[in-house]
Every structure is written in C-alpha cells, then in structure tokens.
Design a binder for this molecule. Structure first.
Ligand SMILES: [Fe+2]
Length: 192
C-alpha cells in the first residue's frame, strides 16, 4: 500500500488512539458519579492501609524473637495472609465502580494512614501491641467506609467490608489476648 492511501485512515486511527488514551477509565455503573468518586477514594485509602499493615505484619513475622517465637511468628504469618487477600478485591472494587486504584509503592506511601516501623529491633510484646492498635484503628476505618457505602446504597462494597471488619476484629482479639497476662512489656489496653 502507498503512503498516500494510508494517510487518512492512519490519521483517523491515530486520533482514535489519542482519544482512547485520554478517555477516563469509566466503568458503567448505576451509582451516581459522586458516589463512585467518594467510595473509591475511601476504598483506596483502606487499600493503602492494608498494604502498609500487611508489610508491617510480615516485617514483625520476619524479625520476631524470644521464647514465644514459633507462636507469634506463625500467628503473624496467618494475619499477613488474611490482609494480603483483601488487596485484590479492594482494588477491583474501585475499578468496578469506575474509579482508579493504587499504581505503585510510592502511591501507597502517599496514601497510607498506618505508620511504618523501620526500627532495627522491636520487643516482641511491642510488636504485638503495635499491630493490635493498628488493627483496632483499621476496624474503625472500615466501619467509616461501610457507613459511606450504605449512604450511597453500594450494597456490594458494604457486604465485602462486613467480612473484613469481622476478620480485623479477630486479628485484634488474638493480638489483644497475646499482649496481656505475661505477654511482656507491651501496653495491655487498646489505644484510643
Ligand atoms: Fe514466612
């Protein structure tokens, strides 16, 4: 084919590609645009927290020490697995609503509210107490997200959040019980 015969179609194709690149990643939904923006924003904040708490839980799993090593090491691995399992459904829920989701480790770092702990050594009881408080805070964030979903009648997101609230309360319970009555130097009351 000659370049001349290719001209108009190439140009049209180029315009189409440009349009596709600039088109929003809008997934059809019957929810109002405002609802999808608000819900995906709150779910992305939860997602960043889940990634941060997942890595902190793994960090403490890897750096655990002391006489309860095996129990704590295994418990934190179970909890990390549970947290990681939340990430893909959360991200895909944002996309199903037509919102964007997280794109990088940097994006997580800019969005997370859970604080990292890069200390070289952390006492085992302090590790458990910190995770207990982080999970306790996460349950509250999940409940706030659930309220927003209910407000906008996003039943599917609300149903997913209900399961995660229960799991988060279970992690908090296990960590709470492991940090009292001889659990070591960690605080024995939940941070508020
Ligand atoms: Fe491991």
């Amino acid at each position: 084919m000659s370049a001349a015969s290719n001209g108009p179609s190439t140009s049209a194709s180029s315009r189409e590609l440009t349009h596709r690149r600039s088109a929003p990643l809008a997934t059809p939904t019957d929810l109002a645009a405002r609802a999808t923006q608000d819900i995906s924003a709150v779910l992305n904040a939860v997602l960043a927290d889940v990634f941060a708490l997942y890595l902190k839980t793994k960090n403490f799993h890897w750096h655990m020490s002391g006489p309860h090593f095996r129990d704590y090491h295994l418990m934190l691995d179970e909890q990390a697995t549970e947290l990681f399992a939340m990430t893909d459904p959360l991200a895909e829920r944002c996309r199903k609503l037509g919102g964007p989701t997280l794109r990088s480790i940097g994006h997580i770092a800019r969005t997370q509210r859970v604080l990292d702990n890069d200390a070289e050594y952390v006492e085992p009881a302090d590790m458990l107490a910190e995770l207990r408080d982080d999970n306790h805070g996460m349950a509250a964030q999940l409940r706030t997200a659930h309220d927003l979903c209910n407000e906008h009648r996003d039943i599917a997101s609300a149903a997913m959040l209900e399961v995660w609230i229960d799991e988060t309360e279970r992690r908090t319970w296990f960590l709470f019980e492991s940090t009292r009555n001889g659990g070591g130097a960690g605080r024995t009351t939940l941070a508020t």
